[in-house]
Design a protein around this ligand. Structure first.
Ligand code: NAD
Length: 378
């Protein structure tokens, strides 16, 4: 079975989908592996490193796409490349399906079996393939490092002959995977950390990391069966803002990570709250790519609002491209291995498997994802 791995073309993207360690694993499974020349260069992996483990190297993107049984890549495929792939080709990547209805329709029409890695269920079994978790984890780390870089103060407390320096105060809104890593990283750097999430179940996790959970009574909130937050009502959002304002005003760095599955991110911090913050403090909006948690934040920009620096950088995991690639590549390798028939040396697209049921969007000319259909048809 021929697996082609495409070099990433998105401007500024340094992550690579497959590193030589995972290439070795796929070759050992019995796959005929072809990587595009230059695939790993942004992370300093040479073509020869892939050849050493038995992969072939090609400079013809068209030929690779036309001959592949499986195509692996990082980001969604460009439209013109979908048309080059063979009918029944299995395409595995990030797909961002809820924002890419036209692309999904094209994948359906061209009879590609498109697997969206973001849609892998958040189950214990699927954890080793969960790209959302591995990249969000790094994103949380990167957000704290960015906050520390843009704050004019240091994070830890210091007792020096020149006096005592107070620790920085960091407030984290949204305690999923990214938020938990942000708490842990800010604590390691010595900050005093507070956090809030609409899912009350995270309170224990926040405390176990040594941070304080900010309590705001929003009434009934809860989570979906997959553990995702439910959207708040406008009244609840207003109550949340009121409660958040105090914690934000005390903070030197605020990191927002709040997301709603398949929907735009909730707007949590408005200009009024920013105006109550101390000039010189920093807000990192980790949700800037999905609509933003912070009023006025702009993608890939630092915006100064009332003296507060609002940092809206996208692709935070990509700032640590080598680690991010290592993790993405391992997730991808584990996904392929999970469905690999070791005797036949083929990928078995098992539509009855729970993980496949979650991640497969289009198959044999149909849109098969129930989750996609339910959200897109709302
Ligand atoms: P996410 O990226 O969807 O959202 C980030 C956080 O924002 C969530 O904790 C959410 O509750 C919070 N949020 C949403 N609206 C908010 C608001 N108005 N104010 C404050 N916070 C708000 O979350 P995620 O990191 O992808 O995790 C989603 C779920 O999946 C969690 O329950 C997590 O524990 C679970 N998970 C399970 C596994 C596993 O079992 N294998 C792996 C990873 C994540």
């Amino acid at each position: 079975m021929r697996i082609a791995v495409m070099k990433e073309t998105h401007l500024g993207e340094k992550r690579v989908p497959l590193i030589p360690l995972t290439a070795d694993k796929l070759v050992k499974l019995g796959a005929e592996l072809v990587i595009e020349s230059g695939l790993g260069l942004s992370c300093r992996f040479a073509d020869a490193d892939y050849e050493k483990v038995g992969a072939m190297v090609s400079s013809s993107r068209n030929e690779m796409l036309q001959s592949a049984d499986i195509v692996l890549r990082l980001r969604k495929p460009p439209v013109e490349e979908v048309e080059l792939m063979r009918k029944d080709c299995i395409h595995i990547s990030y797909l961002d399906p809820f924002n890419e209805a036209e692309l999904v329709e094209l994948l359906r029409r061209t009879e590609i079996s498109a697997i969206s890695l973001e849609m892998i269920p958040r189950s214990t079994l699927a954890q080793k393939m969960d790209v959302l978790s591995s990249q969000a984890n790094l994103g949380g780390y990167a957000a704290v490092i960015l906050g520390a870089e843009h704050l004019d103060k240091i994070f830890p407390m210091m007792t020096t002959p020149a006096g005592t320096i107070k620790p920085a105060r960091v407030f984290i809104i949204g305690v999923g995977v990214a938020g938990l890593q942000a708490i842990a990283t800010a604590k390691r750097l010595g900050a005093v950390v507070e956090a809030f999430d609409t899912r009350p179940v995270v309170e224990e996790q926040v405390k176990s990391l040594g941070a304080k959970f900010v309590k705001i009574d929003l009434g009934e909130t809860g989570q979906t069966k997959d553990g995702y937050a439910k959207a708040l009502t406008p009244e609840q959002l207003a109550l949340q803002k009121e409660g958040m304002a105090k914690a934000c005003a005390k903070a030197d760095v605020v990191i927002t990570t709040a997301q709603l599955f398949g929907r735009p991110a909730p707007r949590i911090i408005d200009n009024k709250m920013l105006a109550e913050m101390r000039p010189g403090s920093v807000v990192i909006d980790m949700a800037v790519e999905t609509g933003g948690n912070v009023e006025g934040s702009e993608l890939d920009k630092i915006t100064e609002i009332n003296g507060v620096r609002v940092v809206g950088f996208g692709n935070l995991p990509g700032r640590f491209a080598e680690t991010a690639s290592q993790m993405y590549s391992a997730n991808l390798g584990n996904f392929v291995e999970h469905f690999w028939d070791k005797e036949q040396k083929t990928f078995h697209l098992n539509c009855n498997d729970e993980i496949m049921k979650g991640a497969l969007i289009t198959h044999k000319g149909e849109i098969v994802s129930e989750m996609y259909k339910s959200i897109i048809n709302k």
